[in-house]
Ligand binder design. Structure first.
Ligand code: NAD
Length: 250
């Protein structure tokens, strides 16, 4: 670990579990103060961060709510003074055949996976622009480049994330803000084990399709996130990095 994020403040949405927890831990290990944002209590993540001596606090927020996100920006401002690094990690991935996807289910996935990123970018980018420095990292998925079935809403939302990442990168570039995305493979998390469980056979089948034939873990993504959030990545923007063991090659 390094001190590359010393003096920076990061907000990680969906930080109570899974990949978000690994991101929060890594940013803290690299010196950032971390705001853990989630619908659920982030007790375990905070315990990990505090145990490591990091400056951290949790914020209850539904990132699909414009009011909640506006309140979040105020609360993080009051607690930490600003937000330099925004990690849009919240996402849901129900697996169901197209026939079973109602418009309400479609809208829910779009609201959580895509609308939320619009709201948080709206809330946090003005402060970044004022200070002339900011990093926004959005969670995509390598399913955007695969023929997996049962994800019409999910893959459409992640395609939106990749498009939003490209467009926002252009709009914010002259404010010193970069915007990038990370596209993982199948990762063992709370979501893939409890909320929307995937079988061990599915994990094995996915690993077999990767060049690196082992299951992906949340920590496999943390180094890329830390890099994209750093000064070393200052000339990278609008990109989606496939951190997926070499499965999808866009
Ligand atoms: P997870 O389900 O383990 O954790 C997601 C967190 O988001 C939870 O703590 C949940 O409470 C929170 N959350 C959900 N809706 C929210 C809302 N409206 N407001 C605030 N918080 C909310 O998820 P994960 O598996 O760690 O996935 C994280 C991201 O990575 C998602 O965007 C997902 O699409 C993406 N991703 C995951 C995988 C995978 O296999 N796990 C693969 C590719 C991409």
């Amino acid at each position: 670990m390094s001190n590359r994020h010393q003096g920076r403040v990061a907000a990680v949405t969906g930080g109570a579990n899974g990949i978000g927890r690994a991101f929060a831990r890594r940013l803290a290990a690299d010196g950032a103060a971390v705001a853990v944002v989630d619908l659920e209590p982030a007790t375990e993540t905070l315990a990990v961060l505090s145990g490591a001596g990091a400056e951290a606090a949790s914020f209850a927020c539904d990132v699909t709510s414009e009011d909640d996100v506006a309140r979040l920006a105020t609360e993080i401002g009051e607690r930490f003074g600003r937000c330099d690094i925004l990690v849009n990690n919240v996402g849901v991935y129900p697996n169901e055949p197209f026939e079973a996807v109602t418009f309400a289910k479609w809208r829910r996935v779009m609201a959580i996976n895509l609308d939320s990123m619009f709201l948080t970018a709206k809330a946090f980018s003005p402060g970044m622009a004022e200070r002339g420095w900011g990093r926004i990292v959005n969670m995509a998925s390598n399913t955007f480049g695969t023929p997996v079935t049962g994800y019409s809403h999910y893959i459409a939302s992640k395609g939106g994330v990749i498009g939003f990442t490209r467009a926002l990168a252009s709009d914010l570039a002259d404010r010193g803000i970069t915007v990038n995305a990370i596209a993982p493979s199948l990762v063992r998390t709370h979501g893939t084990q409890v909320t929307n469980p995937r079988s061990d056979e599915r994990f094995a089948a996915v690993a077999a399709m990767q060049a690196i034939k082992r299951e992906q873990r949340p920590d496999d993504l943390a180094g890329t996130l830390s890099f994209l959030a750093s000064d070393d990545a200052a000339f990278i923007t609008g990109q989606t990095l496939y951190v997926d063991g070499g499965w999808v090659r866009p």
